[in-house]
Design a protein around this ligand. Structure first.
Ligand SMILES: [Zn+2]
Length: 206
């Protein structure tokens, strides 16, 4: 961060501000405000916060099946006997799973790619968990793959790559209906828009 902002007399406060300002969407001013808020919290509250941060680094793992972040492997969605194992919904980000689960419009399984194809940023298919997706399609009894990548250029390119490289012959590949804001993100779509996008999903032609 800009050293001009590091004018607090306390080194520990400055270092807290510096760490907070590395978080997405947090500028130096917000970082400063958060740091002062934290200073005023009780020691017990701050220890809980610190423990929560440290346990996400030590406890969270990737589910071997869906590649989502979880405390368990396989995760609670993959092991839930009430899920429809013949449908798989492919998303870019773990937060997309949260948004879809919240909208309550899908009861199948997921596959999290952890990003989208973006040649300009040096991200190709090999940097994503696409290989694991194709392995699952081979092994599991999946009849429909719903590609729910974001409505962005990168998301579309990723969807196209996946459908073009699929080798499972009896698989129906669908894409979420338009209606999601172009250039937007699933994560920020409201429940009704997401439900409609699922209901109106369309088959990708061969
Ligand atoms: Zn899983």
């Amino acid at each position: 961060m800009n050293l001009n902002n590091a004018t607090n007399v306390s080194d520990s406060l400055n270092s807290l501000i510096e760490e907070l300002s590395k978080l997405p969407g947090i500028g130096p001013k917000t970082a400063q405000r958060l740091a002062y808020y934290i200073v005023r919290q009780t020691e017990r509250e701050n220890i809980q916060l610190a423990e929560a941060i440290s346990s996400v680094s030590t406890k969270i793992i990737y589910c071997d099946k869906c590649q989502n972040l979880s405390d368990y492997n396989p995760c609670i969605i993959c092991t839930n006997p009430n899920r429809n194992i013949s449908q798989i919904c492919v998303v870019e980000d773990p937060m997309d799973v949260v948004a879809i689960e919240k909208s309550n419009c899908f009861k199948g399984l997921y596959h999290v790619l952890h990003g989208s194809i973006s040649p300009l940023n040096g991200i190709g298919p090999d940097q994503l968990r696409i290989k694991q997706l194709f392995q699952r399609l081979e092994k599991e009894d999946i009849s429909e793959m719903i590609i729910a990548t974001n409505p962005t250029l990168q998301g579309e390119a990723t969807a196209l790559y996946i459908s073009n490289n699929n080798t499972k012959s009896d698989l129906v590949i669908t894409h979420l209906a338009r209606g999601l804001p172009i250039g937007g993100s699933l994560e920020y779509s409201d429940d009704i828009t997401l439900s409609r996008a699922f209901q109106g999903r369309q088959q990708i032609s061969e």
